[in-house]
Every structure is written in C-alpha cells, then in structure tokens.
Unconditional design. Structure first.
Lengths: 245, 245
DNA sequence: ACAAAAGTGTTCGATATACACCCATGA
DNA sequence: TCATGGGTGTATATCGAACACTTTTGT
C-alpha cells in the first residue's frame, strides 16, 4: 500500500540545539543536480520538513520528519505557526527545484511550523543519505523557501516562552550545572544575568532539583549537578497576574 | 474569472466579543436541509470559517471570512494554531454535511485558526443570508467539526496573552472605564481582582490614558473615561525576566 | 602556585497584597 | 433619601537589582 502525500501541505521542523555556548539549528543541504549533465545547479540549506500524508495528523508528520532525518524519537515538538504566503516558493532556486519535482508538489504549499529542543551535544544524528547538521542560529541566513522567516518566527516563540515559563530544560543535558543553565538563558534571550541573582531565582524553582553529584575532571572547583523535574513543575506551577510594560 | 478553492485547507476565525459582563463568541448556524423533502435534517453551530482560495494568503483568508460574515474590516486577527487531526470531520452531522457537498471539499481538511477581538456591543453584524450571532463562551458546547477544541485552544491563547501582556483593549469600547477594564480581565481570566490594587497597576500603565470626560446618564457617580494608546504602548514596552512558577 | 570557574549575603528600592470608607449621581 | 457603582491610602511582606570575595580543583 502506498500512502498519498498532500501536495499542498507540509510540515517544517525547526530543531534547536544548545552546545553549551550557542543556540544551534538543524539544517539540511538541498542540492539540485542537472539530470542531463550531472552538474550541481545549486546547493543551499533548508529546515527539516516535508509534505504530509493524507492519513497522518500534523503532530505525527512532525515526529516522522524529525525521526527520518535524525533518528530521534520522543522529543519535544511544539507547533508554533503556519505559513501560507503566496510568494513562499518564488526564489529562483525554489522554482528550479519545483520544476524538477513539479508533478509531485503544488506551487501553493502551506506549511505548519514546529520547533523542537535537543541538547546538541550527545545527539547522534543519523544521516539517511542526506546532509543534516548543526548550524549556529546567529549565523544562519539565506535559507531556501521562506525558511529564514520560519526560523525567525520559531525563535520569537522560543524567546517568548523562555521569558514567561521555564521550558529550556530539554536543551540541556539531563544533569546540568547552574552555569550551563544560565548560559542557555543568556544565549536564547540575548541578555546577561547576574550570577548570584540568577541562582537565587533558580533556588526558588523547586522543580530544579540538586543531585548528590558533582562534575568530574574539570580544572576548577567542580560544580553541583541539577536536574529538571517535570513532575514537580506541573504540580507547583501557578498562573500569575503579570500584564505589564 | 472564477477563483479556485483549496479543498483541503480552511481558515477558522474565533471572533471574541465582550459585552461588559461576559466573553462572547460569534457562531454561525449550520442547517442541513434534505434536498428531496426540504426537511431540516439537523441544525448546529460552527465557528466562522471557510476554505481558502488558491491565490489568497492565510491572513487575507481570515480577513475575508470575518468581513463576509460580519461586514467588519480592519479588525485584529491573530493566527494561533492549526488543526489537522484525522478525526476532525467524523461526527455524523459533519459526515452528512460533507455528503451533500462532497464533490467540493475533501474529507481531510487542515484548518488554520485565527482569533479576533471586538467589543460585542456597538457592532453591527451584517447577516449575509446566514445566521450569525453572539453566544456566551461559558455556555458554548457541542459545536460542529472539532470547533469545541478550536475554541478551547483560542481561549487558552487569549488567556495566556492576557496574563503576559496588555492586549485586551480591542474588546473594550474606545472609551472605557476602569471598572469595565477590570471586568474584562476578570471575565477572560476567571479571577477576581482587588479594585484598589487593580487601579494601582493600571495607573502605572502609561498607555492607558485618562480622558477629560466622564460617563453620563448613569445612576451613580459617573466614572472617568480612559483610552488605550497603542503608540505609547509600543514605545514604552520592555521585556522582563520572568520565567517562574 | 596559578588559572579557572564555583559558590555565597546584604542592602535598598520597588512591587504585591490586604483591607474599609466616603462620594456623586439618577431615580 | 436611597441604591448604585466610583474613587481613594497605608502598612507589611516579598521580590528584584547591584555588588566582591573565598573555595576547590587540575595542571
């Protein structure tokens, strides 16, 4: 049985990673090769994404895409926005690409954006014949389609959520130090925090729990390790009246 | 020239209104009439929504839908989520409906959700042959398709934004009293606020500006009128470090 | 012994919360 | 004159911001 793709609907996943210093994003190399001459016509980068099947819901499509490209399952995936501008596929590269695959896909594609969060170290990416790798978010530009825009929107959503609730823990290793956590917040939000004040705040988050364990093999005082407890988080979270400036 | 609809893509608009007491939502009556007997087979309610045209972007589709059903233009419309579950159209009513219009629309429709905010008083709704009217959000259930779910998600987004930034002003008349504003916040967020503390907060929002004008014709001390200045708001807003509990 | 990051407290100003009475108007 | 909602201030507790030095480890 062959499944049918919807030719005008796709899902794009913005897979974010954090390597301890920088926020990264997973991109795929797209290379168009002339069928006659075997020459490379162009090569650029896209977010991970693909059309969805007719018998597949949006969340599953997003999970499938990430799994196909990276081998990863059960990761955080959150839908953030959908994109349907009429000019999303009008760049010459995109048109050339569509020309070669024009019978499969429509000219008018609406895409649903998801983002996902991974620690970019410790992740084995399985390359299924495609070139997938991490790029620094701050250096990414000139992506295929409207993917610069999609990435921008994903970043905005990520930042918005970072400001208002503690969601970054999937970007950290399971056991992390407070300095790593602080660096993550600084990298995503583009700010600096005072170490003592940051730690004072964290010490009030009872869902960030201290382990009886420290770093090893570092050339300085080894840091205490912590982990995030979603359990405690769900149980203690409250809404706050906070509609200001 | 006839425009072509995309048979598997729609936009649904959750139009919220506030009447001074309650949060309301605009719903459309959907009545299926048997082509043979002219009998009413069923009648239920849907959000305002429709399929999009091939040459129309998502935002325009949302604006068109709201305009067609209400006659309103230039209102706030914000995309909040897209829905693509496989079982969104499986209710017997929906199936019967699709049976009558099955050649036009697909069984698999992904819909992009928008919400919009209006004061529900002072709005002239133009009924273009369809029955459109306001319903209390708290009493709505049993909508067609997955619209209960869509409405729920829209409400969540609305509440989330209300907690974190001042966005409700489109739901108030242009000139409003602080009690109206407080009632709005209480209605949307489902909380009670202390009058003095609420007003203390508002007095710190320099984008809520007092007018030299008071209510008239009320059987009590007439209240000071205020208005929202988006201008001042955009100029004075700052991000805050606020990632807690 | 030195380099490198970990870890720790206090003061000050701003903000959140709790709480009760008089005022202006129309009927 | 009465009913209705408008309008106001203070005290206490909590939170945010600014700020510098000692500790522990590997090399």
């Amino acid at each position: 049985m062959t499944r049918k793709l919807m030719n005008n609907l796709s899902v794009d996943c913005v897979v974010f990673g954090f390597d301890g210093e920088q926020l990264n994003v997973l991109l795929v190399e797209r290379t168009l090769i002339s069928p006659e001459t075997q020459e490379v016509i162009f090569s650029d980068l896209t977010l991970t994404g693909y059309h969805i099947y007719e018998d597949e819901d949006l969340d599953s499509a997003a999970a499938r895409i990430v799994k196909d490209l990276t081998g990863l399952e059960n990761i955080v995936l959150e839908q953030f926005y959908s994109f349907g501008a009429l000019d999303r596929l009008l760049h010459p590269n995109d048109q050339a690409w569509l020309e070669q695959f024009g019978d499969v896909f429509s000219n008018r594609v609406v895409t649903v954006g998801y983002y996902s969060l991974l620690p970019s170290t410790n992740v084995k990416i399985i390359l299924k014949g495609r070139n997938v790798s991490w790029y620094k978010v701050s250096e990414v530009k000139g992506l295929a389609y409207d993917h610069d825009h999609v990435l921008q929107k994903a970043l905005e959503h990520l930042r918005y959520k970072f400001w208002h609730e503690p969601i970054g823990f999937e970007l950290l290793p399971m056991k992390f130090t407070l300095s790593q956590m602080q660096k993550l917040y600084e990298a995503v939000l583009g700010t600096q925090f005072d170490k003592r004040n940051f730690r004072k705040k964290v010490s009030q988050m009872n869902y960030v729990v201290a382990l009886n364990e420290r770093q090893t093999g570092v050339a300085h005082k080894p840091a205490q390790l912590f982990m995030f407890s979603r359990d405690v988080y769900e149980k203690t979270r409250k809404e706050r009246f906070d509609f200001f400036v």
